[in-house]
Design a protein. Sequence first.
Length: 191
Amino acid sequence: MELKELLKPSGRFALECWRLRDPVTLLRLRDKSGRYLPRQLAWVENVHNIVTNEGLDSILDVYFHNATQITTWYCLLFETDTTPAAGTTYATPVFTECEAYDEATRPEYEEAAASSQSITNSANKATFTISGSKTLYGAAIVGGGTNGNTKGDAAGGGTMPAAAKFGSSRAVVDDDVINLTYTIGADDDGV
């Protein structure tokens, strides 16, 4: 029996966009009395991802072949209308990464210990403070190599285990805050 028939990793991205400014005028949101409002939930996206062949090979190599474990993972958003596939890699991502956020580097994926056959960063979501008007189409997880935390890096020799295109494009404007949760699970199909 092949291992891929027994172990089925799958993941899901959950994103929330919190808005401070009107997307048309870019003025700060106010209530009817003219008082400034706190950030308002602009949109939510929940999407299943593809676990790339590069990611599957990495899991197998680390677990069964004594390869070096990647200890720090990073989250990214992308701004091109492309769909990641099994052959998507860190070096050939098939999309253009969004770099229009205030944080100096890609936000770290800070996961909790595995529980019930899944790992998540829901207690410590990755945060992007958007710095311009953009249209977002998806998200991914990357790590390893020499520049895993560097925005836009595709040459650092890293690994992209998972990526997903959103169900529909998502507009963001300056000062929007995107909170990204990623959950990956591994199920035994019982065979």
